[in-house]
Design a protein around this ligand. Structure first.
Ligand code: NDP
Length: 322
């Protein structure tokens, strides 16, 4: 089968199209034909070596497709079932294996491409808005990268929970997309200081929560957007990792809280996984959660997909179609 591997870490040029034996599912696993595979920022972190991996390593953490065969003891899925999964490495390939317990059925009305585009970013937006900080009607919230794949979904969920949503984006075109997703106040951080703008728009109140996936270049200013006892949700580092931080700053800025959440801890049980994925897929099927597909690439063009994602050129979801 065709797959994208890295033999060593580095830039997009280390992504190598290779031929590998089709894997065999072990007990408790299923073999899956990958119909579409999501490209996520976390894939670039593994490619760069920011997150450790045993080499050679087949990238990719999010996909949808069909069950081909199952290993011993698997009764929850059978060949032919349409499923989506995430958080299991090896999806940049024509076939992948995953634990059967991590597979989510794709409902009628949702295509494999939609499921692959939504499962990781959709469940991320879901846990951030419903669990990390459960948004209440009337809350004022800031979402960075508001026109990104995760940002567009998080904005829609925050709006549906009744929030007044502020976003940051880099360009006018991205601002228009963020507004279409429901953002009330879109801040072009390339033209003004977003923290000053947040203070102005909230008449000095500050926010109960900031969702920050940009990291290094926004973290310090994001803290100053919070009201006393507000929560900083640092859930990514698109601009780089946040450097070591003196905790006393949380006291001087108003008894703030900081969390660095990750999806796997919010879908650790099958019940959590199925509940979150079902909420996301049902929203797509009903048309209440809109996905923006930016571009699809064949496996051979994976390096271009990474370049596009890292260059800030994209708005919405990038997919590989093996
Ligand atoms: P996006 O589509 O949001 O792309 C990243 C965006 O970040 C860019 O489009 C850009 O928007 C903004 N950005 C700001 N500064 C930079 C920079 N220096 N380099 C690149 N981009 C920058 O990506 P995803 O939706 O795939 O992921 C968003 C974030 O969410 C990532 O940090 C990812 O790691 C994180 N994430 C975390 C998860 C978790 O559970 N913790 C799960 C899933 C994703 P603009 O041009 O408007 O500034």
């Amino acid at each position: 089968m065709k797959a994208i591997q890295i033999l060593h870490t580095g830039g997009p040029e280390v992504l190598t199209l290779t031929d590998l034996p089709t894997p065999t599912p072990a007990a408790g696993e299923a073999l899956l034909r990958v119909e579409a595979c999501g490209v996520n920022f976390i894939d670039t972190y593994f490619r760069e070596g920011r997150y450790p991996a045993t080499l050679p390593y087949t990238l990719g953490q999010e996909a949808a497709g069909t069950v081909v065969s199952v290993g011993d003891g698997v009764t929850s899925v059978k060949p032919g079932d349409r499923v989506a999964w995430c958080g299991v490495a090896g999806t940049y390939a024509e076939f992948a294996v995953a634990p059967a317990a991590r597979l989510v059925p794709i409902p009628e009305g949702v295509s494999a491409e939609q499921a692959a585009a939504a499962i990781l970013q959709g469940m991320t937006a879901h846990y951030l808005s419903h669990s990390t900080y459960p948004i209440q009607r009337g809350d004022e919230v800031l979402i960075h990268a508001g026109a990104g794949g995760t940002g567009l979904l998080l904005t829609q969920m925050a709006k549906s929970l009744g929030a007044r949503v502020f976003t940051t984006v880099s360009t006018e075109a991205k601002a228009a997309l963020s507004r279409t997703a429901g953002a009330d106040e879109v801040i072009l951080y390339t033209q003004c200081d977003f923290a000053v703008e947040v203070k102005r728009l909230t008449e000095g109140r500050g926010l109960p929560v900031v969702y920050d996936s940009v990291g290094k270049s926004t973290f310090e200013q994001s803290l100053t957007c919070l009201r006393p006892r507000g929560l900083m949700v640092l859930f990514g580092g698109a601009s780089g990792a946040v450097p070591p931080f003196d905790l006393i700053r949380l006291s001087t800025l108003g008894s703030l809280f900081v969390t660095r959440p990750t999806l796997k801890d919010y879908i650790a049980t099958s019940a959590d996984l199925i509940a979150r994925a079902s909420d996301v897929f049902n929203g797509i099927a009903a048309g209440t959660l809109r996905l923006r597909m930016e571009h699809t690439y064949p496996l051979a063009e994976t390096a271009q997909a990474h370049r596009d994602l890292e260059s800030r050129a994209t708005t919405g979801k990038l997919l590989l179609v093996p």
